[in-house]
Design a protein around this ligand. Structure first.
Ligand SMILES: [Zn+2]
Ligand SMILES: [Zn+2]
Ligand SMILES: [Zn+2]
Length: 329
């Protein structure tokens, strides 16, 4: 398994990308920790789960899988070898056997059979002269199952008539039509993607925490997105835990900060940096289990509203009040 280190703050890594978030929501809902590859003659190798969750094409599902691995969210588990064309990277290749003397591909293949009782070795076709039953070409006795063994393979060239045991291989790309040799071919692998259960659990825990808050907003007819993005005046899209919009088009940004001990002032600075660029109508920092005094001071200077609670249950009344004000704005 090739795996990048698990990112320290997995949740913010996942929610920094809308599509990755969508895929994780899909995985949580399907209770899946593995994304297996599949092969289909027209599409080639692809990841059906990624295609389904994100409405991507087969080719896009492959590059999305690579991105998940690069982000440290998934590990690769080898499943299958794939021979690719060195010219166009297509996986639709076929092997061709050639005569090593004249390069012809008009070959016939025969097995070399040893008659165990007399040790005679001859091509299989010589044992089948004239009928279905095998007859030894030397002693002329019938040869039954268990009285012979296969000792090798024999090729005959139908162009030059020479015989040999190892033909020359080349490969034909059915994508671009070019031929290539064993030295030139590209070997790659198809992997199953494995998501660490800890990563999925962490995502599910934090993402599901937001669900009751989003419900309060949508019940109040607000348009709530989680994670939500607002494009800043810099042109950069900033991501918040939730962005909700009221019927007058006013936008409100919420970030959730969850930790073991009270959140410190860096959380305020981090939402403030996004707020300066995106200018929502108001910004809220939900802190569980609360925030340090210094954080509160900075938040009031920067005009960031703090919502505190020891648990998500404790912040719900405050969220309801905020939502009721937003609907009236
Ligand atoms: Zn014999
Ligand atoms: Zn030949
Ligand atoms: Zn090709």
């Amino acid at each position: 398994m090739a795996a990048a280190a698990v990112p320290a703050d997995v949740y913010s890594v996942i929610t920094s990308d809308e599509q990755v978030t969508k895929l994780f929501e899909y995985l949580v809902s399907k209770k899946k920790t593995a994304i297996p590859p599949a092969f289909e003659i027209v599409m080639g190798y692809h990841y059906p789960d990624i295609m389904e969750a994100l409405k991507l094409t087969s080719v896009e599902s492959i590059s999305f899988a690579k991105k998940l691995v690069q982000m440290g969210l998934a590990a690769e588990d080898y499943k299958e070898q794939v021979v690719r064309c060195p010219f166009c990277n297509s996986e639709y290749t076929t092997v061709r056997f050639h005569c090593p003397f004249c390069n012809s591909t008009r070959l016939s293949k025969d097995l070399l059979i040893e008659h165990l009782s007399d040790g005679i070795i001859a091509p299989f076709s010589n044992y089948r002269k004239g009928g279905e039953a095998m007859v030894c070409p030397s002693c002329k006795r019938p040869v039954k199952e268990g009285e012979y063994r296969t000792v090798g393979v024999w090729y005959s060239c139908l162009s030059c008539g020479k015989q040999f045991d190892t033909p020359k291989n080349t490969y034909l790309c059915l994508g671009c039509g070019k031929s290539f040799t064993t030295q030139e071919l590209v070997i790659s692998s198809v992997n199953e993607l494995k998501i660490k259960p800890e990563i999925l659990d962490e995502f599910a825990r934090r993402h599901m925490l937001l669900t009751p808050l989003i419900k309060i907003m949508t019940d109040a007819s607000l348009d709530a997105k989680s994670p939500g993005t607002i494009v800043g005046s810099s042109g950069y899209s900033h991501i918040f835990s939730i962005v909700c919009t009221n019927k007058n088009g006013k936008k409100y940004a919420f970030d959730l900060q969850l930790s073991e001990k009270p959140v410190d002032e860096t959380a305020v600075l981090s939402i403030f940096a996004k707020v300066v660029d995106t200018k929502p109508d108001a910004a809220y920092l939900i802190t569980i289990p609360g925030i340090v005094e210094n954080g509160k001071k900075i938040a009031s200077v920067y005009n960031i509203n703090i919502i505190e609670g020891k648990t998500i249950q404790e912040v719900i009344p405050a969220i309801k009040e905020v939502v009721s004000n937003i609907t009236k704005s």
